[in-house]
Structures are given as structure tokens and as C-alpha cells.
Design a protein around this ligand. Structure first.
Ligand code: KIV
Length: 274
């Protein structure tokens, strides 16, 4: 049985902190699910992490569905949330409903995530009324990178803080089951968390949120060239991989790989006279 949105919401009531990770493929989803992470996000960050783009903007619905299906096959227990990519929900509510439906129907996700606050309140309400669980996302919303003028901490002035508070309240009213707070000063995240009824899950938003989300490749230390301030590397898999690859290269060059352990045998007599 998969975790439900009600179980996630109850975690806030019980004061249980919620760990959440991204995953973009079958094998990583399997590892994350085995660890007991209750919420897995197929973030549009896959544009950078998996596809090497400079931003999330080129990510398409086809990309999202492809990766969501792989994650759903890998994770049996976690609640799977698929991100709505740039321009899959902004142009019209009709497009948005249709695309959210595709992530659930074709991708196999149990919920969708979309960026924005007050501006998407009506849309989120419509989705929720139609039976599609929605995760909100405010603060640094990477799909608006050009409008924001870069990847910057949000809510640092009194006016900006008030706007974010209103955004969070709008998502809460609309029925979002979780609100992601990205790159928001810790005291403001704490205030938002106190004001809304649903769990907040932070990334670069301090310890006062109801949960924390990390991009899986950041916390596993897979990319030594990119370590954002809000990421903590719990291991350094790129170093482990470098060592393993060096070992493979030198054993192939030395002729010490494969050994009989990795080889198949046969009756060599059968080869006589061939
Ligand atoms: O795309 C993503 O990975 C995200 C998380 C950072 C919340 O939106």
C-alpha cells in the first residue's frame, strides 16, 4: 500500500518531520523507497540533473511522463508526486487540467506539483475538486528564473514576506496537501509553517518547516562541480564512482578482469577441430 496524502497531512498534526527526496529513474526510486522516504518528487530539476540543461525551462511533458513512469516502477510504498513543467499549466486552466491528468493517468503519479501562490489558487482548487492532489511550491520558483532575475533567496523585505505569506495561505485555502518553501529565510518559513494547516516542506528554508526536501544527487554527492548552499552531502558517491572506475580501467588494462568468477565455462573438447 502506498502512503496517502492523508497520512502526509497527519504527520504535521503529530509533529512528525517529513523527509522527501527527488528521484528521476527506476533504480534511484528503488533505493529511495527502500530507505523509507514517504514522498518522492519527480522534479523538473531533472532538466539539469538528468539532461544537462542550464535551467528547468526546456523540460517537456514528455520528459516528465517518461521519468515519472520509471520512478513509479521503482517505488512501491512512497507517494509519487510529478512536477508540472514550464508552460504545462500557465497558458490556460484547460491545458493545466489536461496535463495534470496526463501525469496521473499516463505517468502513474498520485499527485502533481506546480509553482505559484495566489495566482494559481483557482486552478489548484479546481484540480483538488476534480480529485487531483496538488503540492504547492512558493519562494524561489525556478520556472520564473528570468522574472526573478536569477536564483535568489525570496521574501527578504517586509512586502515580499507578506506576499509569500499570502501565497501560502492561498494554497492552503485551495486545498494543496503540502506546500514547498524554496530558498526563504528561516524565520519567515517558520511563520508560514505556523499559519498554514498543511505541511510545509523546505529546501533552503530552515529547520522550522514540517519537512525537508533535497535533490537526491545533491545529498548523495554525485556532482562535485555543483553543491548548492542549501544542500548537504551525506556521502560522496562521485568519489566512490571515480575509485571504482579507475579500478575497472586498470584491471582491464592489466588483463586481471574478468576472472573465472565472471566467466562462463563449457566442455572445451566440443571446440576441437572447429
Ligand atoms: O524540481 C525540483 O526538484 C523541485 C524541488 C527542489 C522541490 O522543485
Amino acid at each position: 500500500m502506498r502512503i496517502t496524502i492523508n497520512q502526509i497531512k497527519e504527520m504535521k498534526q503529530k509533529g512528525e518531520k517529513i523527509p522527501m527526496l527527488t528521484a528521476y529513474d527506476y533504480l534511484t526510486a528503488k533505493i529511495v523507497d527502500r530507505a523509507g522516504i514517504p514522498l518522492i518528487l519527480i522534479g523538473d530539476s531533472l532538466g539539469m540533473v538528468m539532461l544537462g540543461y542550464e535551467s528547468t525551462l526546456p523540460v517537456t511533458m514528455a520528459d516528465m511522463i517518461h521519468h515519472t513512469r520509471a520512478v513509479v516502477r521503482g517505488a512501491q510504498k512512497a507517494l509519487i508526486v510529478a512536477d508540472m513543467p514550464f508552460m504545462s499549466f500557465q497558458a490556460s486552466d484547460t491545458d493545466a487540467m489536461y496535463n495534470a491528468g496526463r501525469l496521473i493517468q499516463e505517468g502513474g503519479a498520485q499527485a502533481v506539483k506546480l509553482e505559484g501562490g495566489v495566482v494559481v489558487e483557482g486552478l489548484v482548487k479546481r484540480m483538488v475538486d476534480c480529485g487531483i492532489p496538488v503540492m504547492g511550491h512558493i519562494g524561489l520558483t525556478p520556472q520564473s528564473v528570468h522574472q526573478l532575475g536569477g536564483y535568489k533567496v525570496q521574501g527578504k523585505t517586509r512586502e515580499a514576506a507578506q506576499r509569500l505569506l499570502k501565497d501560502a495561505e492561498a494554497l492552503d485555502r485551495a486545498g494543496a496537501f503540502v506546500i514547498i518553501l524554496e530558498c526563504i529565510p528561516a524565520p519567515l518559513s517558520r511563520l508560514i509553517t505556523e499559519r498554514v494547516s498543511v505541511p510545509t516542506i523546505g529546501i533552503g528554508a530552515g529547520v522550522g518547516c514540517d519537512g525537508q526536501v533535497q535533490v537526491v544527487s545533491d545529498m548523495l554527492g554525485l556532482d562535485p562541480d555543483f553543491v548548492p548552499k542549501h544542500a548537504k552531502q551525506y556521502t560522496h558517491l562521485s568519489t566512490v564512482a571515480d575509485e571504482a572506475l579507475k579500478g575497472f580501467i586498470s584491471e582491464v588494462q592489466a588483463g586481471s578482469f574478468p576472472t573465472m568468477k565472471q566467466s562462463y565455462v563449457m566442455d572445451e573438447g566440443l571446440l576441437e577441430g572447429l
